[in-house]
Design a protein around this ligand. Structure first.
Ligand SMILES: C[S@@+](CC[C@H](N)C(=O)[O-])C[C@H]1O[C@@H](n2cnc3c(N)ncnc32)[C@H](O)[C@@H]1O
Length: 221
């Protein structure tokens, strides 16, 4: 995957994206917002916001900034904001999620829905999400990760050569997402049908001991 092939893929998807990936991915989008449990006035960054299907789920009293590499996908998001008068949306900007143009600690929470297996370098994506998120802020990643079922896993591996055309890598491993001394997963939950997608929840700056003590996800790890 490279930025040109991603832009090309999502230019093609833009007009049909909501029909293909709208309802099927909506439970994950809603779960992300429920998990964030945002407080009034908080500022959130959604990277790879696409056509903005998640935007109506943000509470009216927070501020949301969305970025995406595809101008065509963002145009759809802008139409949605206008049509539905989504006043919580502060800005929608063309930007590379691996090279964010925001200051450190600019957001209370940072979210990437169905983006980690699309960007060329998921580790850079995570580094940037961490950098712009305040210490103690929530970082959520929803994605499909390669199946543990050997048959499905084989199918996903077989699709790998088509990644550029599909616009995502079908066989991303959950364990390829970084964990560091001060950046631990506090939970992993099933999202969408058959648990085929996962919501991975980090708290920025959290150590292993602190993550272990987190009550919310302990049962679902
Ligand atoms: C599968 S779509 C997900 C869109 C949206 N998050 C949703 O829930 O439907 C992936 C999105 O990530 C965007 N994207 C891919 N690579 C990116 C990058 N490096 N920087 C910003 N956006 C990127 C694509 O343009 C596309 O809109």
């Amino acid at each position: 995957m490279d930025l040109d092939s991603i832009r090309t893929a999502y230019r093609r998807y833009a007009n049909h994206y909501d029909r293909i990936f709208g309802p099927v991915f909506n439970p994950g989008r809603k779960l992300a917002l429920k998990t964030l449990d945002l407080a009034s006035g908080q500022r959130v960054l959604e990277v790879g916001v696409g056509t903005g299907l998640s935007l109506p789920y943000y509470p009216e009293d927070v501020r949301v900034v969305g970025i995406d590499i595809s101008p065509e996908m963002l145009d759809k998001a802008r139409d949605r904001v206008d049509d539905q008068e989504l006043s919580q949306v502060e800005d929608l900007l063309v930007m590379d999620a691996e090279d964010l143009e925001f200051e450190d600690d600019s957001f209370d929470a940072v979210v990437a829905m169905y983006v980690a297996s699309v960007v060329p370098h998921p580790d850079r994506l995570v580094d940037e999400m961490r950098r712009v998120c305040v210490p103690g802020g929530d970082i959520l990643i929803i994605n499909h990760f390669t199946s543990r079922n050997p048959v499905l896993r084989g199918l996903e591996r077989g699709l790998r050569p088509l990644s550029r055309m599909l616009g995502f890598r079908p066989d991303m491993d959950l364990d390829s997402l970084p964990e560091m001394d001060d950046f631990q997963r506090i939970g992993v939950r099933n999202a969408n049908i058959f648990g085929y997608w996962k919501l991975v929840h980090y708290r920025n700056g959290e150590t292993a001991e602190e993550a272990e003590a987190e009550p919310s996800f302990a049962a679902s790890k």
